[in-house]
Design a protein around this ligand. Structure first.
Ligand code: SF4
Length: 312
C-alpha cells in the first residue's frame, strides 16, 4: 500500500538508514548501565520529569544487576529467534547514560561495543549532563564505532520544560547539541507530543526547529500517562488531556510532512507496558498506530518533508 521511497515507507526510517549504511538489518538491544538521574538525586532536581516512571524511562532494558555482556547476551538470544544473522546497536536507555565518572562510562561503553555483532552504540542522556572528559570519550568512540547520543529535549519551549520539571533549558540543549555536532557525533533528539498545556502549534514548532538544527535523527514520542507519575495525578484531576488516536495520527503526518527528509525517524509513538499505562490505552497496539500513520500518509499521497520548504 505504501510504495514509499524508504523500503516501502513514506518516511526515512532507521531501518532504511541502517540497511543503506551497513547493508543489513540492525536490531537494537536496550541495556541498563545502572545510571541514576541528576533530576532525581537532587543535583539538578528532585522527583524527575513528571512523566518518568521509577524505571527511569527504561521499561524494556536489561537488568542492571547483571553485567552489560550478560544483559546483551540474554536479549540477543531472544532476538535471534526473530531475526537470524542480524547485527546490533547497543542502547543505554535507562536513566542518564552519561551520569557516572568517565572511567566507569568507558568500562560500560567498551563492554557494550565489545559484545558479539555490535556495530553501533546509542546513549540516551540529558543535555546538561555531559562533562568535558565525557565529550572526549564520546569523540574517541565515534571514531571507531557508529555512535549516536540521544538528547531528551521533549519540547523547544522552556515554559513546558518548567511544567514537566525538566530542570534544564533549551539553551542547555543547544550547547550540548552544537558541541556533539562539532565533534562529528550523530545526535538523536527526543521530542514528546502531548505534554501538558502544549497546543498543536507548539508541537509543530518543536519539530520545525529540527529543520534548522538538522540532527541526524529524531524520536517523536506520544506522551504516556504511567502509573505513579505526576502525569497520572494531572490526568486523574482532568488537567491533562491525552490524544485520541485519529488526532495523533493526523498530527504525526503533519509533522512528518514538515520534517526535512534527511532526518532519520527512529520513533513515531511510545512503547508502554500494558500494566503500567493509564492512558491513552489505544497506544498499546503500537503496530495499529504505525499502520494508521502509513495509511494516512498514503491517503494524503505525501512523504516526509513534502511541506518542508513551507516550514514555520
Ligand atoms: S531526565 Fe530522563 S531519566 Fe531523568 S527523570 Fe527525566 S525522563 Fe527520567
Amino acid at each position: 500500500m505504501n510504495n514509499g521511497p524508504y523500503l516501502g515507507k513514506r518516511y526515512h526510517t532507521l531501518d532504511y538508514f541502517f540497511k543503506q549504511k551497513f547493508g543489513t538489518k540492525i536490531a537494537k538491544i536496550s541495556l541498563s548501565g545502572g545510571f541514576t538521574c541528576p533530576n532525581r538525586d537532587g543535583s539538578k532536581g528532585v522527583g524527575g520529569c513528571i512523566y518518568c516512571s521509577d524505571k527511569l524511562s527504561g521499561d524494556f532494558a536489561g537488568n542492571p544487576a547483571y553485567s552489560v555482556k550478560s544483559q546483551f547476551d540474554e536479549i540477543k538470544s531472544i532476538m535471534n529467534k526473530k531475526w537470524k544473522n542480524t547485527s546490533y546497536m547497543a542502547y543505554f536507555q535507562t536513566g542518564t547514560g552519561t551520569y557516572a565518572p568517565v572511567s566507569r562510562l568507558r568500562e560500560l561503553y567498551k563492554a557494550a561495543v565489545d559484545c558479539d555483532d555490535v556495530v553501533a552504540l546509542s546513549i540516551a542522556t540529558r543535555a546538561d549532563c555531559i562533562s568535558k572528559d565525557c565529550y572526549a570519550l564520546l569523540e574517541e568512540i565515534s571514531k571507531k564505532t557508529f555512535l549516536t547520543v540521544e538528547l531528551g529535549l521533549q519540547s523547544v519551549h522552556d515554559k513546558t520544560g518548567k511544567v514537566i520539571n525538566r530542570c534544564s533549558t533549551y539553551a542547555d540543549f543547544l550547547s550540548a547539541f552544537n558541541t556533539l555536532k562539532s565533534l562529528g557525533i550523530n545526535v538523536c533528539v527526543h521530542l514528546i507530543n502531548g505534554l501538558p498545556y502544549e497546543d498543536k502549534s507548539m508541537m509543530m514548532e518543536s519539530v520545525c526547529r529540527m529543520n534548522e538544527l538538522m540532527p541526524w535523527s529524531v524520536k517523536l514520542h506520544l506522551l504516556h500517562v504511567i502509573k505513579g507519575t505526576v502525569c497520572e495525578q494531572l490526568y486523574n484531576a482532568g488537567t491533562l488531556k491525552v490524544f485520541e488516536k485519529d488526532e495523533y495520527v493526523s498530527l504525526i503526518c503533519d509533522q512528518l510532512e514538515q520534517l526535512d527528509s534527511r532526518i532519520v525517524i527512529q520513533r513515531l509513538t511510545g512503547d508502554g507496558k500494558r500494566d503500567e499505562l493509564v492512558a491513552p490505552l489505544w497506544s498499546i497496539k503500537k503496530f495499529e498506530v504505525l499502520n494508521a500513520i502509513d495509511a494516512e500518509m498514503y491517503r494524503r499521497n505525501t512523504v516526509q518533508g513534502a511541506l518542508c520548504s513551507l516550514s514555520m
